[in-house]
Design a protein around this ligand. Structure first.
Ligand code: SF4
Length: 388
């Protein structure tokens, strides 16, 4: 690998492995503040506008042994709450001045309650996002929530958040989402130049880097990766993966899919970083603009309300738009939102004649042989028999 690219990838790997949040500690120094958030969506613009750093927390992956985290949860739920508790009780998250728990599912709701009991002195908030997309109902509710969050962050940061501050932050995040859009588009066009197992590390860096720095980092990767002459297309199938919006699969699993003959050309990994699908306007009332963007331009996913008859349309469009040949549902074990949505998505794919397969993972899954066999067979069957 060329040294410039190797250096970028090495930095992305270091950030991915940085469970101690050293980069956040460095950014904070002694005077600044950082607010953690769980997947999927929180309005990071408001945290940024208060001069604080939003920090995405997605559990401990396959890097930590769960010793105390298991004691807080029953066995038949996903893994991310246990490893997040483990990170917290081992003081790895002490650098955070507060924690947001967006409403995705009951597990995250319970985790927010657990947090309040464990850390009564810290700022904790359950962020109840709208489930009604009527501007007069869900929109009015979300405006109130955003205003209330704004006041919380003003108290924590000990400064006012003006409309100008917020408009500037909206611009910064528009820029960041545009870089991520470019990255996803480039990956979809040439997945051998931007393999998802590598691109994911650059996406993931957005959990801990300030957005301005993350945008530069992603743009540098976009420039460097195509200079790598060794990267060639292979006889792989083009697939979309779904189910990975919250608990993250280990990078080894993504690599396994690639080694099994699948180019991943679209995904829902860390969807919160790409939640808003269009630029948020900077003119006018910024809080209203953020609220409207959530209602009108947020990603279709299991934790967001959609009328039943439209479920699956976005997935079929993603397959068509990226010239994918099949879908791999790969969801965390026991993830209610992902697994409850799956039958409706499967029905939409069946109607459209798009092949699919499914398996489950945990963030600390270490054995990939069965997944490799299944994904390899799926990829082969697409290439040999599918007319999709
Ligand atoms: S992985 Fe699924 S069930 Fe678990 S916290 Fe995330 S959304 Fe909820």
């Amino acid at each position: 690998m060329r040294p410039a690219l190797a250096e970028l990838v090495a930095r992305a790997e270091r950030l991915h492995e940085d469970l101690e949040l050293e980069s956040v500690r460095e950014w904070k120094g002694t005077a600044r503040r950082a607010i953690g958030y769980m997947p999927i969506y929180v309005p990071r613009e408001l945290i940024h506008a208060a001069g604080m750093l939003p920090v995405g927390i997605v559990g401990g992956g396959d890097q930590i042994e769960i010793i105390r985290g298991d004691a807080y949860f029953q066995s038949y739920i996903c893994h991310i709450p246990r490893s997040t508790i483990e990170l917290a009780v081992t003081h790895r998250l002490d650098v955070l001045d507060g924690m947001l728990f967006p409403s995705i599912c009951d597990v995250i709701r319970n985790l927010s309650g657990m947090w309040s009991l464990l850390f009564p002195e810290r700022y904790v908030r359950y962020v109840d996002v709208p489930q009604n997309y009527d501007a007069a109902v869900g929109g009015a509710f979300w405006m109130q929530e955003l205003q209330s969050l704004r006041e919380d962050f003003e108290r924590l940061a000990e400064r006012k958040i003006t409309d100008d501050d917020l408009a500037r932050s909206i611009e910064v995040y528009n820029d960041n989402r545009s870089a991520l859009d470019d990255l996803c588009r480039a990956r979809s066009e040439r997945p051998w130049v931007f393999p998802t197992s590598e691109m994911y590390l650059f996406l993931r860096a957005g959990c801990v880097l300030p957005p301005e720095e993350h945008t530069r980092f992603v743009r540098a990767y976009l420039e460097e990766a195509p200079r790598e002459s060794e990267r060639r297309d292979r006889d792989h199938s083009r697939i979309v993966i779904r189910g990975t919006f919250c608990e993250q699969p280990p990078v080894g699993l993504i690599k396994t899919l690639e080694r099994a003959g699948c180019w991943i050309v679209d995904d829902d990994l860390l969807l919160g970083l790409r939640w808003l699908t269009q630029e948020v306007p900077v003119d006018g009332e910024p809080l209203r603009n953020l609220a409207q963007a959530f209602l009108r331009h947020s990603s279709a996913t299991a934790s967001r309300y959609e009328p039943e008859r439209t479920k699956g349309n976005a997935l079929v469009e993603a397959v068509r738009g990226t010239r994918a040949e099949g879908v791999v549902f790969c969801a965390p074990s026991f993830c209610d939102p992902a697994l409850l949505d799956q039958p409706m998505l499967v029905a939409a794919l069946d109607r459209a004649g798009i092949p699919h397969t499914q398996f489950k993972y945990a963030e600390n899954t270490g054995q990939f042989a069965a997944i490799r066999e299944q994904a390899g067979t799926f990829s082969d069957s697409i290439r040999l028999w599918s007319g999709a």
